[in-house]
Design a binder for this molecule. Structure first.
Ligand code: GDP
Ligand code: CO
Length: 398
């Protein structure tokens, strides 16, 4: 793969936020390229071997809830062979047992492809047992099962990836229509992660575009309503501390992202639609140097690197009803609002924005988000003693 070098990076304490990098060539050629040894080049060639090295250690977590089986199978077919898919499903199990159908689809696919995989139901006793053993009870509800929600599925996925000994985790939605774009996203994850000299790194995808039907033809939208607002306010927050206006954040709502396992285990998470925006807020809270926790010092000394990379493929996913846009804006802005880092100026801008959009009434304040603490406090040694992927995970380890 050949990608552009980032033009600049904004520093926030130990966090280095790189500007968006473009993909130049999806396949950068097998052989090393002499031309790129010139110090004035602007393109980085990431050799195939380096990409495959990372993919061997990369788990791709696929959260899914009642998606079409064809789409799920398409997503699997787009993953580079060496990655381990971890399907975390919250699909219906009553009447039509959609989860059973998903298991069959994944098993068939991986049997033909001779591919390892893991699939678990978010509301299964088996998954709850693993979480309980690790002492991470905040993730469990009053029935003792893992809570509903995409964020909760993602956190459980990180736990499984760690139990499987993976060094990196990436997230890809199950409702993607183009296997080719899934392939590109994962290649971008490995290319992005390969650039980091720190063991704490995150890569976020900026979609090239999201095609929509408008009138007679297609319109390729660049920014969604939610990402426009959350990027703006994240940038405002950074500017308040640095004193310089910035537009460095362009992926404040990117669902497709990847992290080194060290970073995934250290970060705190928030529930619901706010999880993506919270990643930025939490990087700034934990590693920004404003309030330093002793356990964060080693990572801060190495630096925490964030890369944003623009894909070439458009993003086309299943069209869900539009009703949740307001809720997504509310949740995304509320994690910024309720962060201890949020300044009075940014708070009043958030209130102004939410009131202008009629999401909040005059005297209402944003709802405080539900948070899950870092998986550093998860007792993996204890859970590893009962962990058996074949027994628990409905897995095929070829
Ligand atoms: P959008 O793309 O941000 O509009 O959100 P989607 O509704 O497409 O959800 C993103 C992904 O998360 C899809 O693959 C969904 O099937 C999946 N998903 C949604 N809710 C849940 C949940 O409660 N648990 C799990 N495991 N996955 C979910
Ligand atoms: Co979607």
């Amino acid at each position: 793969m050949r990608i552009e070098l980032p033009k600049y990076a904004e520093r926030f304490g130990a966090v280095l936020l790189h500007d968006v990098q473009k993909v130049y060539e999806l396949d950068g050629g097998y052989w090393p390229d002499e031309a790129l040894s010139n110090p004035f080049h602007v393109i980085r060639h990431i050799e195939a071997e380096k990409l495959h090295q990372i993919e061997k250690d990369l788990a791709i977590i696929i959260p899914t809830k009642n998606e079409r089986l064809r789409l799920l199978e398409g997503v699997l077919s787009g993953l580079p062979h060496d990655c381990l898919p971890i399907v975390l499903s919250n699909s219906d199990t009553e009447a039509i047992d959609r989860f059973r159908l998903e298991c069959q689809t994944v098993e068939n696919f991986c049997c033909y492809a001779k591919k390892k995989y893991l699939i678990m139901h978010q509301r299964s006793e088996a998954l709850a047992d693993l979480v309980k053993n690790g002492g991470y009870t905040k993730l469990l509800d009053e029935h003792g099962l893992v809570r509903n929600g995409k964020a909760e599925g993602m956190i459980a996925g990180v736990m499984l990836a760690q139990l499987m000994g993976k060094k990196y985790v990436g997230f890809v939605d199950a409702d993607n229509y183009f296997p080719g774009s899934v392939f590109e996203y994962v290649r971008i994850f490995s290319a992005g992660l390969s650039q980091s000299s720190s063991s704490h790194a995150m890569v976020r995808i900026q979609w090239h575009s999201k095609p929509k039907i408008e009138g007679e033809g297609l319109f390729f939208a660049k920014w969604g309503r939610v990402s426009r607002i959350s990027n703006l306010l994240l940038n405002r927050l950074i500017s308040q501390y640095t004193g310089f206006e910035t537009d460095v954040v362009k992926t404040g709502n990117a669902g497709e992202h990847a992290m080194s396992m060290e970073l995934a285990l250290q970060m705190d998470y928030s529930a619901g639609f706010s999880i993506e925006t919270h990643h930025f807020v939490n990087l700034m809270e934990r590693f920004g140097g404003v309030n330093v926790l002793p356990e964060d010092v080693p990572a801060m000394q190495q630096g925490v690197y964030l890369y944003q990379i623009e894909s070439r493929n458009p993003h086309l996913h299943d069209a869900k009803e539009d009703g949740h846009v307001e809720e997504m804006i509310h949740q995304s802005l509320s994690v910024i609002y309720h962060s201890p880092l949020c300044t009075e100026v940014v708070k009043s801008e958030i209130l102004g924005e939410l009131r202008r959009l009629n999401i909040l009434k005059k005297h209402e304040l944003p709802k405080a988000p539900v948070k899950y603490g870092s998986l550093q406090f998860f007792d993996f040694d204890k859970t590893a003693r009962i962990w058996d992927p074949v027994k628990y995970g409905n897995t095929q380890l070829v």
